[in-house]
Design a protein around this ligand. Structure first.
Ligand code: PLP
Length: 391
């Protein structure tokens, strides 16, 4: 049988078998509507409240501060638009970064069309924002700051607690897109000083199509959906019971034996990085060595196209990505790689390999071996490589 090696866990993860088991009854016998009053519906109602409690417990929040959504994108849209609209009378200035996911960047563009002003903080060569730049960007009319906890393309972790402290002092609302962070970093919303935090279950071995938004009690925010009384009237619509249950189970599992899992994945990550950089010339790691998500490897291969590498990896049964899955299909180089100062041609030669708890050392070694074959082959065909001194 042809090998299959999944190296795209930042795009999505496989549903954990225990998560699937936890969900199954809610596609079957437990089909009651959680809003119904009769006792048959109590199973569904209790199950979603149990999931809410598990999520709150995992991030140091109160259960009534957790709101279920359909995905990370919805959580981001709700946090940013909901907070901007509800606080527009106080000011119309928002601060974010140049390397956010499009769920944030495109939301900001919409707000700009509606008269909000947005400052996009630049990042350093590793993708970190500078706290001084942030402090300088704050204005009397700044109402909201949205900065991602960890970047989906290059894995850099941003100084969220530090930014949060400043926001708290200045009484500015602070949202973090933690879609890549939940399940990979320990999270305590109080220590981080965040008012809102977005997450998505399919990034931590839960199902696709369900996420949550943490909204600290007291934050002024508009409702996301008007309708029934679900989610305390703020996000109406009959709950996606099975998936919410799956997300609760997934977050519980993610933080069980957490340190062991993270150190296992980090070791694989370092082996993959070293294996590539030490044996294939004209390569560079994008993002920092330290302060990096345990599962992220992003490498540029000079003189060739990332897409060609991906196709050749695919022929060998290896699934990887050229950056954010949402940007696949676009010919523009990644805004994140340009944001860290890479020239276009280097940005175009980049791929992202993202590991997970089901990854193995054998798979890592097979990927290194595949790249050792693919990269020289592609370079031999590349006019850019002609005349380059071979090492
Ligand atoms: N934010 C970040 C940082 C992400 O990586 C993603 C997905 O890749 C999202 C938001 C969107 O999440 P979802 O796919 O659940 O809408």
């Amino acid at each position: 049988m042809k090998q299959f090696i999944y190296m795209d866990n930042a795009a999505t993860t496989r549903v954990h078998p225990e998560v699937l088991q936890a969900m199954l009854p809610y596609f079957g016998e437990e089909y009651g509507n959680p809003s119904s009053l009769y006792s048959f519906a109590n199973g569904a109602k209790n199950a979603i409240e149990e999931a809410r409690a598990k999520i709150a417990n995992a991030i140091g929040a109160q259960a009534n501060e957790i709101y279920f959504t359909a995905c990370g994108t919805e959580s981001d849209n709700w946090a940013v638009k909901g907070c901007a609209y509800a606080n527009a009378a106080r000011g119309k200035h928002i601060i974010t970064t140049a390397i956010e996911h499009h769920a944030i960047l495109h939301t900001m563009k919409t707000l700009e069309k509606e008269g909000f002003e947005v400052t996009y903080l630049p990042v350093d060569e590793y993708g970190r924002i500078r706290v001084e730049d942030f402090q300088q960007a704050i204005r009397p009319d700044t109402i909201l700051v949205s900065i991602m906890y960890a970047n989906n393309e290059i894995g850099v972790i941003e100084p969220i607690a530090e930014i949060g402290k400043i926001c708290r002092e200045k009484k500015i609302y602070f949202h973090t897109d933690a879609v890549q962070a939940v399940g990979h970093l320990r999270i305590d919303v109080k220590e981080l000083n965040v008012d809102m935090l977005s997450a998505s279950a399919h990034k931590f071995y839960g199902p696709k199509g369900v996420g949550f938004l943490y909204i600290r009690r007291g934050v002024r925010i508009q409702n996301f959906m008007d309708g029934g009384a679900q989610e305390r009237g703020r996000r109406a619509g009959t709950e996606n019971v099975a998936e919410i249950v799956g997300m609760g189970k997934a977050i519980e599992l993610a933080y069980t034996d957490f340190e062991e899992k993270i150190s296992y994945i980090s070791r694989l990550r370092d082996r993959l990085i070293d294996g590539i950089l030490n044996t294939i010339p004209f390569t560079r790691l994008n993002g920092p060595r330290e302060n990096r998500l345990c599962n992220n490897v992003n490498v540029s291969f000079q003189f060739i196209e990332g897409e060609s590498i991906l196709l050749m990896l695919d022929l060998r049964g290896i699934a990887a990505s050229s950056g954010s899955a949402c940007a696949t299909g676009s010919l523009d180089p990644s805004h994140v790689l340009l944001g860290i100062g890479l020239p276009h041609e280097i940005a175009h030669g980049s791929i992202r390999l993202s590991l997970g708890e089901f990854s193995t050392q054998e798979e890592v070694d097979a990927v290194i071996a595949a790249l050792q074959e693919i990269v020289p082959k592609l370079r031999d065909m590349s006019p850019l490589y002609e005349g380059v001194e071979r090492r």
